[in-house]
Write a protein that binds this ligand. Structure first.
Ligand SMILES: NC(=O)c1ccc[n+]([C@@H]2O[C@H](COP(=O)([O-])OP(=O)(O)OC[C@H]3O[C@@H](n4cnc5c(N)ncnc54)[C@H](O)[C@@H]3O)[C@@H](O)[C@H]2O)c1
Length: 461
């Protein structure tokens, strides 16, 4: 979360354009290293190359990279195409940045670079030779490859969309593999194969919300034999990643963990962003910690084994994400839908990792949802409750509710009205601050209690 995002790749790949976009999305400062050098030296890159030669330029470039990356506040930095030919620059990136290769094919790159004043783009044959030479170098340095801003945001958050078989590449040192029995039975063997000799131990959490109890986490703490170099790998739905992530946050005052969400809820929401925790009788998620997973591996292919009921649970979060993003993400094919929703959540969480501000927008509809879950004594599922909560939030926002009604078909549920209302009031003393959806995006608004009560009552049979 704290690392810079460095964009590398051949000239003409579009690093500067993409860099500026990613920086804006993440609310970070953007530095184009070539522009920085030109400003700093008062000379153009072409001129430094022509008068002082390439090796002299590379020293200046290294010094500039060092100066730009020597900052606590994470930045987005676009490096020149040849920067990583300097071993010290690559070493610097390995230490301080998540490095992303902005890929481009040679035709496209030449199209963009020819006729420019780039010193190494005068002759097409030389240009192509250089491209072939550089490619393996880029691949060696890059942590991820990006085609667009969403890929780059995911990389900045340590989120990979990749097959479960590649899990081994994301885990260093001994691993404790945690899942519920059901997921262990279906996807456990693939995860174990991928981790190979790194698997130090395997652990089972109870199914569903039972995992998010002190008893279950207590048992897990007892079983864990990792030292601080070990990694907890949580393979499963949101209950598994919440509970195992919390165990990782607290065991030995915190060991790294890798989140491998296997439900739609997990892949678009729960497995991302570092909120971990367990429940109390008084309410859900009341005990927990912010503990960003070292890596998050999302393989949409594992959703093939997910029961329809669980897929529907996830669609509520997908619709929530699309409403917040202002785009019909729910219309996308599943692979792309997961990538876009995951990138949206990653961006919000990177901008506000500790939920001091805008991250609260992710709770759209959730105030009502939690009230319904508590008011029904847990018999209303989270997805159903969120669908109803979104309906109420849209009504209070004066917005069209068609999308929610058509996609999620929410029907009022049986719940104790008074208990639901008390649950809603629990941490909302005084005016009721809700996340509503304006034309320009989410906003926080004080809503009169009688309006909130009326909308809550409409959701209950
Ligand atoms: N931390 C966060 O930011 C965050 C965000 C949203 C939700 N959550 C939490 O997530 C939890 C809900 O997560 P969930 O809906 O994933 O529930 P879950 O973890 O209980 O999983 C649902 C069911 O699906 C099964 N399953 C999982 N993956 C499967 C697969 N690939 N194939 C077949 N079956 C599979 C599980 O065994 C389980 O029975 C809630 O506790 C909620 O509070 C957390």
């Amino acid at each position: 979360v704290e690392r810079h995002l460095a964009l590398i790749g051949f000239m003409g790949a579009g690093k500067s354009t993409l860099g500026a976009q990613v920086a804006e999305t993440l609310g970070r400062e953007f530095v184009d290293l070539d522009a920085f050098i030109e400003e700093f030296t008062g000379r153009s890159i072409a001129e430094i190359f022509a008068t002082d030669g390439e090796s002299s330029f590379r020293s200046v470039e290294y010094a500039a990279a060092e100066a730009v990356l020597d900052r606590r506040e994470p930045r987005v930095v676009a490096l020149g195409g040849g920067a990583v030919t300097t071993a010290e620059v690559s070493e610097l990136l390995g230490r301080l940045a998540v490095t992303v290769l902005v890929d481009v094919d040679v035709e496209r790159a030449w199209e963009r670079a020819q006729g420019s004043d780039r010193p190494l783009a005068h002759d097409e044959a030389d240009f192509r030779r250089l491209y072939d030479e550089r490619q393996p170098l880029y691949e060696g340095v890059a942590d991820a490859v990006a085609r667009d801003v969403h890929d780059a945001v995911l990389a900045a958050g340590g989120v990979s969309i990749a097959p479960l078989e590649s899990l081994g590449e994301l885990v260093d040192g001994p691993a404790a593999l945690v899942s519920d029995a059901h997921v262990a039975g279906i996807h456990g063997p693939t995860a174990q194969m991928a981790l190979g000799a790194r698997v130090a131990s395997r652990h089972e959490l109870p199914p569903g919300e039972e995992a998010k109890t002190l008893d279950a986490v207590h048992r897990l703490w007892h079983e864990l034999r990792l030292d601080r170099r070990g990694t907890v790998v949580a393979l499963g739905g949101g209950t598994t990643t919440d509970a195992a992530g919390f165990a990782a946050a607290t065991y030995l005052r915190g060991v790294p963990w890798v989140s491998v969400p296997t439900t739609l809820v997990g892949q678009v929401d729960a497995g991302i962003g570092g909120k971990t925790g367990i429940n109390l009788a008084q309410g859900k998620n009341l005990i927990g910690a912010f503990h960003w997973p070292r890596r998050t591996l999302i393989d949409p292919a594992v959703l093939a084994t997910l029961p329809e009921r669980e897929r529907r649970e996830g669609m509520s979060e997908v619709v929530k994400t699309g409403l917040l993003a202002g785009e019909p993400l729910w219309e996308l094919p599943v692979q792309e839908l997961v990538r876009r929703c995951a990138a949206f959540k990653t961006a919000v969480c990177l901008r506000d990792p500790l939920e001091r501000g805008e991250r609260a927008q992710l709770n759209l509809g959730h105030t009502f949802a939690h009230a319904l879950e508590t008011g029904s004594g847990g018999s209303v599922t989270h997805g159903t409750a969120v669908a109803l909560g979104l309906l109420a939030a849209l009504r209070l926002s004066g917005r069209d509710t068609k999308v929610v009604e058509e996609l999620l078909r929410p029907r009022p549920v049986a719940a104790d009205r008074e208990r639901a209302w008390q649950a809603l009031l629990r941490d909302k003393k005084g005016a009721l601050r809700l996340i509503l959806l304006g034309e320009g995006g989410p906003r926080v608004e004080d809503v009169p209690a009688e309006d909130v009560r009326r909308e809550l009552d409409r959701l209950i049979t």
